[in-house]
Design a protein around this ligand. Structure first.
Ligand code: GDP
Ligand code: IMO
Ligand code: MG
Length: 428
């Protein structure tokens, strides 16, 4: 089982970190291929809780080689801060590899992220404010700074000058902010060079060689399908490809080497930030999901919006990503509900629609059509075998499996590393 992709199937925070950790000791390399420190993965190991943003979650497993590949945008202050924090807690971070082609987030990207959001007013996206969008915009606009540029001061200075030429006009004349000095940016970036140099290389070559040698490589997606810049609820999305295709372009590993795609899906739905969300709840059941599921963002601490499971979204994700196995997380959160509604289709202007509507406006006013499934009240957090789950919990899983179009191979029944019911071997 050489290359495996793991992605979020909804709007993020499905529990990808925990799912990656589950595969932990059976993988040799774990690759973050998209996004940056907008991600927030919480992994609970025993009484220890780790919050990862820029580093892939697989870093918590001894012996795994963590890789930040070309598709990622890197805030260097965050990178070294996270490395230092993990080292101080006894995690070995010495093997980290960083692509020379990854792009760098600078202070002007963070500033632009915040000011453009403010100026959007009611049309705000609710970004994490980490500079993600402006950094990817510069990359596509061919004005970005790459990791490799840091190793040649002349080139770096020229590139920063080129980028600031336009940005300083924008910052001062449109947004009323101060101009940014070239030296201030260059000096800041150069301050990381000595620590960075030994980690940097041609990660595409290294990963291809690892696969040639029969190693197992896990590609860990940040964000999720519905936040993907091409396939998500544009413009309420992030600025990278968070779907499985992004793993190929974001790493330099060809799609035909990827043999399995694991889609992580929550037993209900959450979303942070603005944008359409058909099954969103504004009543006590929404509070129930947020309270029981501790639905507050790992990155920004924002309360997550919550709603029932949306099967058309799961089916859409299955198709777009080629999901071969779902990991269904947070089933335990639903314990105690008498009935659990599941969205099986939408109604758009009086017409039943079974799949994601083509038009974004239709999706904005799609009303969920629910099927009510019976709930259970028994505590399931200690259960490890599917057959030991209450009958109604088993039926809930089986119905979601049927509606989602691919098998559910593992089920999360609590936040801890061991709180999982495995039905099919994810690597087998
Ligand atoms: P990610 O961004 O997809 O990695 O997910 P987050 O870490 O942002 O959010 C998922 C949260 O749910 C984390 O706090 C996890 O510890 C927690 N979690 C993961 N799986 C389960 C589960 O099966 N049950 C419960 N109760 N919590 C879970
Ligand atoms: P993980 O990896 C949930 C959301 C933001 C905002 C939109 C754009 O933990 O699942 P950005 O800062 O990326 O430009 O913000 O995307 N968003 C996430 N929501 N989980 C994430 O990551 C997210 N990363 C970005 O809230 O709506
Ligand atoms: Mg998260």
């Amino acid at each position: 089982m050489p290359a495996i992709v793991l992605i979020g199937a909804q709007w993020g925070d499905e529990g990808k970190g925990k799912a990656t950790d589950l595969l932990g000791s059976r993988i040799d390399y774990v690759v973050k291929f998209n996004g940056g420190n907008n991600a927030g993965h919480t992994v609970v190991i025993g009484d220890q809780k780790y919050a990862l943003h820029l580093l892939p979650s697989g870093i918590l497993t001894d012996g795994v080689v963590p890789v930040i590949s070309n598709g990622v945008v890197i805030d260097l202050a965050v990178l070294f801060d996270e490395l230092d924090t993990l080292s101080s807690r006894g995690v070995d971070v010495s093997r980290l590899r960083v692509s020379a082609n990854a792009h760098v987030i600078t202070s002007y990207h963070r500033t632009l992220d915040k000011v453009t959001e403010r100026f959007l007013g009611k049309r705000q996206i609710g970004t994490t404010g980490r500079g993600i969008g402006p950094t990817y915009a510069d990359k596509i606009n061919r004005l970005g700074i790459r990791i490799q540029d840091l190793f040649d001061e002349n080139i770096l200075r020229q590139k920063v000058e080129g980028a600031l030429f336009q940005k300083n006009q924008l910052l001062t004349k449109v947004y009323n902010r101060r101009a940014v000095g070239i030296d201030e940016i260059v000096d800041d970036l150069l301050s990381y060079v000595d620590r960075l140099r030994p980690m940097v290389g041609d990660t595409a070559l290294e990963l291809n060689r690892a696969l040639d040698d029969g190693k197992t490589v896990l590609f860990e997606g940040g964000q999720a399908t519905m936040l993907d810049v091409d396939h998500g609820t544009y413009p309420f999305v992030t600025s990278s490809n968070a779907t499985s295709g992004g793993a190929a372009t974001g790493s330099g590993i060809a799609p035909n080497r990827m043999e399995r795609v694991i889609g992580v899906v929550k037993a209900y739905t959450t979303r942070v930030g603005a944008g359409p969300f058909p099954t969103e709840l504004f009543d006590e059941w929404g509070d129930f999901l947020v309270d029981n599921g501790a639905e507050f963002g790992t990155t920004t601490g924002r309360r997550r919006r919550a709603g029932w499971f949306d099967a058309p979204i799961a089916r859409y994700s299955q198709r777009i990503n080629g999901v071969t196995d779902f990991v269904l997380t947070k089933l335990d959160v639903l314990t105690g509900l008498e009935k659990i509604p599941v969205c099986v289709a939408y109604e758009v202007d009086g017409v039943r629609v079974d799949e994601m509507p083509v038009s974004q406006s239709d999706f904005h006013h799609a009303k969920p059509i629910y099927e009510d499934l019976p709930g259970w009240s028994e505590d399931i957090t200690g259960i490890r075998d599917f057959d030991d789950l209450p009958k109604n919990a088993q039926d809930y899983v089986l119905r979601i499996e049927e509606l989602s179009g691919e098998r559910i191979s593992a089920i999360g029944v609590g936040p801890g590393r061991e709180a999982i019911v495995v039905r099919h071997d994810l690597l087998g």
